[in-house]
Design a protein around this ligand. Structure first.
Ligand SMILES: [Fe+2]
Length: 256
């Protein structure tokens, strides 16, 4: 499963939306809407699902509830409190469907990237299970990227890898480049956390998001980063990347 093709959008340019229920008022901006199979650029939407930025402040507490679907989240800005315990900016949170979502409060302001498949319809305040996973980026060591022939100068901090899907931070060095066209068998969702990267569609900076379903027609690249970049990456599907040398004129154009 993946979100539909988006390449790329900036979060601050998306309209704020709001919905309220017994558990709180949820203000968010949307990155992508719908769940598709990993079947290329025009994979049809086959189920609900969203990737959003939830915007919280001291007036928008969210009450504890049972997660109606698996939630994967990354604290993009600010610190939050889960049942009163502080969880810092750049932490990753994963909660399985049917597990407890703690009460969420914020002292000043926070923004949380959230992705889920299905409909987020809360039906219960109390869950049977309590299987939350919280990983702080600072506590994780850099390791090699998952794609074995990924261009040099990149490393990964793994948040949570399941068999065929997972999440982590990909870091690339200043002056990193990928002089290739690439497509992959897995889908990727990317949110820029720090720095910038120039891809096929312009310069992505903090708050820029893209979604590439897997498939041969989702070719992207070449890419270049002058200052280096940290990005949240969510992937799903079998690992396989096809790199083809890009037109040198196009490679050079990324560095203008
Ligand atoms: Fe890619």
């Amino acid at each position: 499963m993946s979100r539909p093709w988006v390449d790329f959008i900036n979060i601050d340019e998306q309209p704020a939306q709001s919905c309220a229920n017994d558990y709180g008022t949820f203000t968010y901006r949307e990155f992508a809407n719908g769940t598709t199979r990993n079947e290329g650029k025009s994979s049809p939407i086959i189920a609900p699902g969203k990737s959003i930025m939830l915007e919280l402040d001291s007036n928008t507490p969210i009450a504890a509830h049972a997660a109606p679907t698996q939630i994967r989240a990354f604290i993009f800005e600010g610190n939050i409190k889960l049942d009163g315990q502080e969880v810092k900016e750049r932490s990753y949170i994963e909660i399985p469907a049917g597990s407890q979502v703690p009460a969420i409060t914020v002292d000043t302001k926070a923004r949380i990237f959230i992705t889920y498949d299905g409909e987020y319809t809360i039906t219960s305040a109390k869950a049977e299970k309590n299987e939350i996973v919280i990983k702080y980026m600072q506590d994780i060591v850099w390791r090699t990227p998952i794609v074995s022939d990924f261009p040099g100068g990149a490393a990964r901090k793994a948040f949570y890898d399941h068999g065929d899907y997972g999440s982590g931070i990909l870091g690339i060095l200043p002056e990193w480049e990928s002089p290739f066209y690439e497509w992959h068998t897995f889908s990727e969702e990317i949110l820029i956390v720090e720095g910038s990267i120039i891809s096929s569609f312009g310069t992505m900076k903090r708050g820029a998001y893209l979604s590439h379903p897997g498939g041969e027609d989702t070719v992207h690249g070449p890419m270049y980063s002058k200052e280096g970049c940290l990005m949240l990456v969510l992937r799903e599907g079998p690992i396989g990347n096809t790199f083809t040398p890009a037109d040198p004129v196009e490679v050079a154009s990324r560095k203008m």
